[in-house]
Write a protein that binds this ligand. Sequence first.
Ligand SMILES: Cc1cc2nc3c(=O)[nH]c(=O)nc-3n(C[C@H](O)[C@H](O)[C@H](O)COP(=O)(O)OP(=O)(O)OC[C@H]3O[C@@H](n4cnc5c(N)ncnc54)[C@H](O)[C@@H]3O)c2cc1C
Length: 498
Amino acid sequence: MDNAPFDVIVVGGGNAAMCAALSAREHGASVLMLERAAEEQRGGNSAFTGGGFRMVHNGLETVLKVVPDLSEGEIANTDFGAYTAAEYLDDLGRVTQYYCDPDLAESLVNNSTDTVQWLHGRGVRFVPRFGRYAFKHEGRFKFFGGTVVEAVGGGRGLVESEYKAAVKQGVVIRYRTQARSLVCGRGGVEGVRVVTDGEEMVLRARSVVLACGGFEANREWRTRYLGAGWDMAKVRGTRYNTGDGIRMALEAGAQSHGQWSGCHSVSWERHAPDFGDIDSRTAFSRNGYPFSIMINAEGNRFVDEGADFRNYTYAKYGRVVLQQPGSFAWHVFDAHVAHLLHDEYKSRGATKVQADTIEELVARMEDVNAPQFLQTVREYNAAIRQDVAFNPNIKDGRGTQGLAINKSNWANPLNKPPFVAYSVTCGITFTFGGLKINPATQVLDINDRPLPGLFAAGELVGGLFYYNYPGSSGLMAGAVFGRIAGREAAGHARPASS
Ligand SMILES: Cc1cc2nc3c(=O)[nH]c(=O)nc-3n(C[C@H](O)[C@H](O)[C@H](O)COP(=O)(O)OP(=O)(O)OC[C@H]3O[C@@H](n4cnc5c(N)ncnc54)[C@H](O)[C@@H]3O)c2cc1C
């Protein structure tokens, strides 16, 4: 491959690809990045995120390294807590039912703090994540868990900073360029066949990093791998992640890995568009369900709404909604808790009904079995442990007793008007199945041997997440493995300089 104009081609234009491109440049490689989207739509799902990163931290000391301009007031009034490597590994294990690949998990966890600092050093600015990951107690913010910082400007801000850094570092970017297949030769992977503005061409390089997302935006693959009904899910983010990178690598002999039938999916506005809209990316979330009862078309509850903090349940409850008759549900609240709902519930176009009595409310929820709904509410109200105080900031243990499906925390009787209900369906975020890599991000074949010259990072890597996911691990995983992939791809392309 002596005639390759670039050392490394990075396929994709989101956070994982950006980290790979920046890292490859820093390790001396010339880099071409291929983004399927037009420039105005660049950045993949990463641009749709809130920009939160889950990292190991020891509180203020770690936070100050990436938020050096914290004010004295913020320092005095915030308890950042701490999040150890052991806790991070434990969360990954617990929520993935201990399927998560231990090598990848350790690499993610052990490189998390340093990688956020590395991003900061490349111009990404961070702020404390006060919004959803901290609560105010006796005048002080108290964080829980590992998500203490987010990029300024959310996902969009993150991606824009990364593109700025990449251009400054001399990464060449081609937009509207879809990678279609890998070019393989005697030395391994030697380039990529692409279509750019309708024209097919071969682009050669010594190493290729695949970082072009999962298959969440591919209706046919969703149905094929996630199962019946998944064609009807709404895509929360980009329309371009159709599994191309996974398919290309499988065709070149890569091993499939991870939970192909699993994905991250959430409660989402029932009548949201089929694909994400970057300008209203927060308007369709419906994350207040821990304070609700969730009701299906039959008028029944079907899940423990208060099983855990939202952060540990939201990514698996989309599937539960999809499995309900008609693939929809309603989040029902009353005036005890309505003030706890975030702005997303107030967005224009929300499918919402409101009434002063519970009977009037269900009459407006036209597609719900009304007599059964009223029975469900009566039984639920009667089953609440009134001896335990309601506290939205902790897992308060104020649950129900004796129901077929109990609610474990934050149970309040539905009896204070006005009553309000929001209709939701399933919004898919990203898929869990993909390629097998080793901790050096080399893509492995069926014998667990690396395919020479091929590296992968981000959503299209399988083996890290199963069934569920600890919030804010997606960007972190993309950054950690993208950074490693860039370094390794550069090392493969230029062995002497690695
Ligand atoms: C609404 C929403 C909110 C989220 N919030 C968070 C959060 O706060 N924190 C968190 O950690 N995670 C969050 N996630 C998950 C997170 O977005 C992903 O885990 C992560 O961004 C994936 O990064 P990636 O680089 O692998 O993929 P992406 O960012 O999706 O990038 C994939 C790129 O590949 C390009 N591409 C696809 N096919 C091709 C092809 N054939 N050729 C060339 N280019 C191609 C796409 O255009 C895109 O640029 C959220 C996701 C969504 C949708």
